[in-house]
Unconditional design. Structure first.
Length: 255
């Protein structure tokens, strides 16, 4: 897991009440260097979030890349009944009504926030992480049945969960789950070179890994905490050798 500076660490009551979530949270806290933590109720968390944005009145209105990370991240370890939505669906017709051209798709989520601090990203320093991943995993078979034509499930456009591994355990949980299906595929969406934990997982050819890639100057100046492109390419090679299907996303960066 990538170490990163912590301004404040909150853990919800619901995490401590779920043994699997509590174990995951404990691993994350240790990996973060065991900073002081505060246990909060859902009501107190809602108050804290309101206070957090009240003290930063222009957070959502700021241009991407203008967020203040000078004091580090505020990390919230919570469960899915808090602020992280486990699944979202993107409808192409709705996107067109909003003036965007985009394919329909399904995304599963585990967090809101990211370490990489890319200047074009909407994420701010409030990093919310769902610790009851088993809740998501146990819901997926029903979601597959309800959406028989949806074969590809993207994970995750609200974070780069690979930066939290192996302590987080999302890859260890979801990669084998998709590997046991007949016709469902997991798409890991990343800039990370933190792939060692993936190499021995039984993916069964049902996990694809897509890296965003930029030229060295743009990566250095804009993708602030992300690995350099050469490291990402080496991570691609290692995963391809482990049998994963590899994809590269090349998005224009216009000043």
């Amino acid at each position: 897991m990538y170490p990163f500076p912590i301004q404040k660490l909150l853990v919800t009551d619901s995490v401590r009440e779920d043994a699997r979530a509590a174990a995951r949270a404990e691993r994350l806290v240790l990996a973060l260097g065991s900073p002081p933590l505060q246990v909060v109720s859902p009501a107190r968390l809602a108050e804290f979030e309101a206070e957090w944005y009240r003290d930063r009145p222009s957070s959502f209105e700021k241009r991407c890349g203008a967020m203040d990370y000078s004091q580090g991240w505020t990390v919230v370890l919570e469960t899915y009944d808090g602020g992280v939505r486990p699944v979202t669906f993107r409808d192409a017709a709705h996107e067109a009504e909003e003036g965007r051209v985009c394919q329909s798709g399904a995304e599963i989520h585990c967090a809101q926030g990211c370490y990489h601090r890319c200047s074009y990203c909407h994420c701010d320093p409030l990093f919310r992480i769902a610790c009851d991943l088993e809740t998501l995993a146990e819901a997926l078979p029903d979601l597959f049945a309800q959406n028989p034509r949806q074969q590809l499930w993207k994970f995750d456009n609200m974070t780069d969960q690979i930066t939290l591994e192996p302590e987080y355990g999302a890859s260890e949980l979801l990669v084998p789950l998709f590997g046991r299906t007949d016709d469902r595929f997991l798409l890991l969406y990343t800039k990370s070179d933190n792939v060692q934990h993936l190499l021995e997982l039984p993916h069964g050819g049902h996990t694809l890994i897509s890296w965003s890639l930029a030229p060295p100057t743009q990566a250095r100046e804009i993708e602030l905490n992300a690995p350099e492109p050469a490291a990402r390419i080496d991570a691609m090679r290692r995963c391809e050798e482990a049998g994963y299907t590899i994809r590269v996303r090349l998005s224009p960066i216009v000043p």
